[in-house]
Design a protein around this ligand. Structure first.
Ligand code: PEP
Length: 251
């Protein structure tokens, strides 16, 4: 049985003081989520990770939005796995479409990061999804299949058992344009089929999330799809009231 997962991606939003306020306000929600067998989390900016970790409930997942695959060295502007671990951070988003678009995050680079995270017993949330152009050219499964195969190459079934994959069609992120629940289920099921082909039955344990303009009003419909195990939510996770409504609507 896969536990539901609701993960907020704050992107480049919130001052550390605002992140702290949210973390304190989220304590009761984390309790409610735990009592209902739901994993709840947020991915703040690097500068807010420590304060969110310190001020949120112990059960709250606190994820970084990126990491470098080397432990240390001459990589100006980067942050490494040991640096995150020192703050108790063990979840990281990898390959978000904004990083793929603006920071040249390739499938190969994602693979190096995912391997480094897994070697350090951390949980990668591997984001995949097609652009509008690819969607319109009917290339969704070719693109997403390649992202999954290359991003997860040279890993074993044991390696991927805690991995999370997030299907986020690029054309639906921050645009208010939702993929229908049929599309979300079809692609999330396809991802699980590729995972099964690569790793066998462990595919049934891997959580596959949907992301892209998820809101309190539509989250329940997505999570009613058999292969959608949760949501990766940007805009609607920023305000505590809306975050609470997302949670309440999937209890
Ligand atoms: C995201 O940032 O991963 C995302 C899905 O954003 P939004 O919910 O705002 O579309």
């Amino acid at each position: 049985m896969r536990r539901k997962l609701l993960l907020g991606n704050w992107k480049m939003n919130k001052l550390a003081s605002e992140a702290k306020e949210f973390a304190v306000a989220s304590r009761d929600l984390a309790k409610k989520a735990e009592a209902n067998n739901i994993d709840l989390g947020v991915a703040p900016t690097y500068l807010s990770l420590a304060t969110v970790k310190e001020n949120a409930a112990k059960t709250m997942i606190v994820a970084a939005q990126n990491v470098h695959f080397n432990d240390h060295g001459a990589f100006t502007g980067e942050v490494s796995i040991p640096m995150l671990k020192e703050f108790g951070i063990d979840w990281v988003l990898i390959g978000h479409s904004e990083r793929r678009t603006y920071d040249n995050e390739t499938n190969e680079k994602c693979n190096a990061k995912i391997k480094a995270l897994i070697a350090n017993n951390m949980v990668p949330v591997y984001c995949v999804g097609e652009t509008l152009e690819q969607f319109e050219a009917n290339q969704t499964k070719a693109v997403v299949g390649e992202q999954v195969r290359v991003g997860l190459k040279e890993l074993t079934a044991e390696d991927v058992k805690n991995l999370v994959v997030a299907y986020e069609p690029v054309w639906s992120i921050g645009t208010g344009k939702n993929a229908s629940t049929e599309i979300a289920e079809d692609v999330c099921k396809f991802i699980r089929d590729v995972l099964r082909e690569m790793f066998g039955d462990v595919a049934d344990e891997i959580r596959v999330l949907y992301g892209g303009s998820v809101k309190p009003e539509n989250i329940k419909a997505y999570l009613s799809c058999p292969d959608v195990d949760g949501g990766l939510v940007g805009g609607a996770s920023l305000k505590i009231d809306s975050y609470e409504a997302l949670l309440n609507n999937i209890l």
